[in-house]
Design a protein around this ligand. Structure first.
Ligand code: ZN
Length: 290
């Protein structure tokens, strides 16, 4: 780490300015030693395809690139696992900033699904409102990192539930976009924030760790109605009705969306090596990408 040269050997070309003093490193790089976590770690990498793109520059100025992934991994694991839980064998996560349509998606590498890639659009980042940049970038990364460490019932979990868990983690991590609102869908499995808020209700009513238990169920079971009945003693339609009532809303046709309709939304991230797509072709109203 030191730039000090050793004795009289011909010195190789000088390294471009590295941090050369203790005084500087403590304030510019928050690489303070952290307590060794008992959680699973992975090799974390950052790949920027075009450093000159505005989106890349916005990213680098809005967040600490050195710690953003590590913080997300830690945050996700704290909400979805205990140190004793069975946890997916993810070995590396590469965050790739590149120009592409949509927002972001997570995929397994073509060689090995334990190596994950998070693709994040620099075009999207470029258009985030200035005062929302940091929160939005952290929120998207938090959501995507969930897909690197979540169970999905061997590919059987409805896409809405998979995405809902990811947005629930984002919600609990405090990165809530201004356009999100509780109770803005009529379906428990509408996914994203809609299912995320429903899961948050379960967490409140049935106790901390409820979502962790759902995720744990999806480790060694295929998804089915019995999951809700076993864990919460009620069918999901009843839980959804309770949730709607808690918001002062009348439940709307929750019976009709319980099974086959949900398959429309199935886009499980781990059903193959590469299919979680979080692209949002049309930004939601109030979305920062507008
Ligand atoms: Zn997602």
């Amino acid at each position: 780490m030191s730039t000090a040269s050793s004795t009289s050997q011909p010195t190789p070309s000088p390294l471009p300015l590295r941090l050369d003093s203790a005084q500087k490193s403590s304030e510019t790089l928050p690489l303070r030693p952290k307590k060794k976590s008992s959680f699973r770690s992975a090799k974390l990498r950052l790949q920027i395809e075009d450093l000159s793109s505005i989106g890349s520059q916005v990213f680098l100025s809005a967040v600490n690139a050195a710690t953003v992934l590590e913080d997300a991994v830690r945050g996700v694991q704290e909400l979805l696992y205990t140190p004793d839980s069975e946890i997916p064998g993810t070995r590396s996560i590469t965050l790739i900033l590149r120009s592409m349509p949509g927002v972001a998606y997570t995929t397994g590498s073509s060689l090995d699904n334990d190596h994950k890639e998070i693709h994040f659009s620099t075009d999207y980042i470029q258009h985030i409102a200035k005062d929302r940049c940091r929160e939005e970038i952290l929120g998207v990364i938090r959501h995507e990192v969930v897909h690197c460490w979540q169970w999905n019932g061997h590919g059987s979990a409805p896409g809405g539930l998979v995405e809902g868990i990811a947005d629930w983690v984002r919600l609990r991590s405090g990165f809530v976009p201004p356009h999100w609102s509780r109770g803005s869908s009529d379906r428990w499995d509408a996914g994203y924030q809609h299912t995320g808020y429903f899961l948050d209700y379960l967490e409140d009513v049935y106790g901390e760790g409820s979502v962790m238990v759902i995720n744990g169920w999806l480790y060694d079971h295929r998804y089915g109605e019995e999951m809700w009945k076993t864990l919460f003693k009620k069918p999901v339609e009843k839980l959804w009705d309770d949730y709607c009532k808690s918001l002062g809303k009348k439940p709307v046709n929750s019976q009709s969306v319980s099974s086959s309709d949900s398959h429309v939304l199935q886009r499980s991230c781990d059903e193959s090596t590469s299919s979680d797509t979080d692209e949002i072709p049309t930004p939601e109203p109030g979305s920062p990408s507008q």
